[in-house]
Ligand binder design. Structure first.
Ligand SMILES: *[C@@H]1O[C@H](CO)[C@@H](O)[C@H](O)[C@H]1NC(C)=O
Ligand SMILES: *[C@@H]1O[C@H](CO)[C@@H](O)[C@H](O)[C@H]1NC(C)=O
Ligand SMILES: *[C@@H]1O[C@H](CO)[C@@H](O)[C@H](O)[C@H]1NC(C)=O
Ligand SMILES: *[C@@H]1O[C@H](CO)[C@@H](O)[C@H](O)[C@H]1NC(C)=O
Length: 443
């Protein structure tokens, strides 16, 4: 296998906890929630939110960038805005933050060796809806010229490549809720295999739309039990968990070879972490429901650990996919038990820590794996693990097997300081997709 080492040198975020890595991270560690009720939206009745049984969403907060919030006019000119779907806007804003953070002097770099791999699960739901409505009411003339390019899931990647002139691999995976993690893993492979020296990678999503929430409600994927207390609606591994919360946002990561980073003068301090191993598999079972024993997730985690050249008991932390659904969290927990139980049940070593950060921001679909990778990377760098909020009765749902939940530390409700050498981030998607990446402390 290639000996090229791949490190992380820049991060960018747009999330329901704020715009920018520092705002989001501070709020996440403080146990804040980015979830709100749809009843607070300006056109609640007019847009039909009122008819949807699920009322909680994770929306990027609106306001000025100086307070770490979202206002499109802080980032784009009017003419530009008309041409950019919201998910592309999030992608461009998080990319700018990540590139600035990396201090990469891209105008004086070989741009054919810099690539972009940014995916989206759904693309522009809003453009799809508006044009369908326009066409249905007014026919051909009501279809916007930019309709097709704006809705394509790879357009955020295209926009990023055009804006910065990056001519390396231009890729965009779309594997539902595993998109963001697959994007980072695939970018890692492009660098490993010498297709590029630097990759801008991650996932972006902006599907907070009444039709999308109606669809997820019909599929019974989203929770309806906590409509009056939105901040308690997402509760991975808790007895009262009952479905996920639809969120939006973007996570971008700058990957490059260690050699490239050192050559341009970065020091150990500038490097966040190293990408060690990538694992991917399929449950081969059902489009939305997991295999009870968690086989797919077991395979992807095992592959990520093996390809990192380590033993399972060297993993200190897992940022779980944990969407807060009854069967999904249970299956993932079963898979983690399968791979880690025996090797970590050594009382002289601290237990494996697992946290479900969707408890704070909801499920960002195609952006989830990228945003959660940023959280995992920050955890390694800062030696602190963000909490699983609303976790009061661990694994006590009627269908849970409590013996499978008493082995690990689920970091309930309060962030926890811990030295992390190796951490996994998990992401799974509709269609039966399972994926994991192992990151490590850089030294
Ligand atoms: C609410 O509806 C009005 C009237 O259609 C529209 O102008 C406005 O942009 C809408 N606001 C939001 C936040 O969607
Ligand atoms: C971004 O993509 C849109 C089409 O979706 C295009 O009209 C626009 O010119 C692009 N902007 C940049 C900066 O690439
Ligand atoms: C593997 O991914 C599928 C698709 O999202 C998911 O239903 C299943 O829960 C995952 N496997 C485990 C064990 O979590
Ligand atoms: C338990 O962990 C300690 C410290 O990590 C190690 O020295 C010891 O060999 C382990 N014991 C077993 C039975 O694995």
């Amino acid at each position: 296998m290639s000996t090229r080492r791949v490190v992380i040198t820049g991060l960018g975020l747009v999330t329901p906890l704020g715009v920018g890595v520092s705002t989001t991270w501070k709020n996440l560690l403080a146990g804040k929630s980015g979830l709100i009720s749809t009843t607070t939206l300006p056109n609640y009745t007019k847009d039909g939110w009122d008819q949807i049984p699920s009322k909680v969403i994770g929306k990027v907060p609106e306001g000025s960038i100086s307070e770490g919030k979202w206002n499109e006019n802080d980032h784009f000119e009017k003419g530009e805005l008309r041409r950019l779907a919201l998910f592309s806007q999030y992608g461009l804003v998080a990319t700018k933050e990540a590139l600035d953070d990396s201090k990469l002097d891209y105008s004086n770099s070989n741009k054919q060796r810099i690539g972009v791999a940014v995916g989206s699960g759904i693309g522009s739901f809003h453009d799809m809806y508006d044009n369908a409505e326009g066409y249905s009411n007014g026919g051909y003339k009501k279809v916007q010229p930019l309709f097709v390019p704006k809705l394509l899931t790879n357009m955020a990647a295209g926009n990023i490549s055009i804006k910065y002139g990056f001519q390396g691999p231009l890729h965009s995976v779309s594997t539902a809720c595993a998109t963001g993690l697959h994007a980072i893993g695939d970018a890692f492979n492009f660098i490993k295999n010498d297709y590029a020296d630097v990759m801008v990678c991650g996932g972006t999503e902006s599907s907070i739309h009444p039709l999308a929430l109606a669809g997820f409600s019909r599929a019974r994927s989203v929770t309806t039990e906590f409509n009056d207390i939105p901040e308690e609606a997402s509760r991975p591994f808790d007895a009262a968990r009952n479905g996920f919360v639809l969120g939006e946002g973007c996570g971008i990561v700058i990957l490059e070879t260690l050699e490239h980073a050192l050559k341009r003068g970065l020091t150990e301090d500038d490097i966040y972490a190293e990408v060690k191993g990538y694992g991917l598999s399929g449950d081969a079972h059902h489009i939305t429901a997991p295999l009870e024993n968690g086989d797919g997730a077991y395979l992807s985690m095992k592959m990520a650990v093996e390809r990192s050249g380590i033993e399972p008991n060297q993993v200190d932390y897992i940022n779980a996919h944990a969407t807060s659904t009854i069967i999904g969290d249970r299956a993932e927990n079963n898979a983690i038990n399968h791979l880690f139980n025996v090797s970590t049940s050594n009382s002289s070593s601290p237990p494996l820590s697992i946290s479900g950060t969707k408890s704070s921001i909801g499920h960002l679909l195609g952006a989830a794996g990228a945003v959660e990778s940023v959280f995992t990377i920050k955890s390694i760098k800062d030696s602190i693990i963000p909490p699983t909020l609303n976790l009061h009765d661990i694994g006590k749902h009627d269908d849970d097997d409590p013996s499978k939940f008493n082995v690990f530390d689920y970091v309930p409700n309060v962030a926890k300081s811990k030295n992390i050498n190796y951490a996994l981030c998990n992401s799974f998607g509709f269609g039966g997709v399972n994926s994991s990446i192992c990151f490590s402390k850089f030294n």
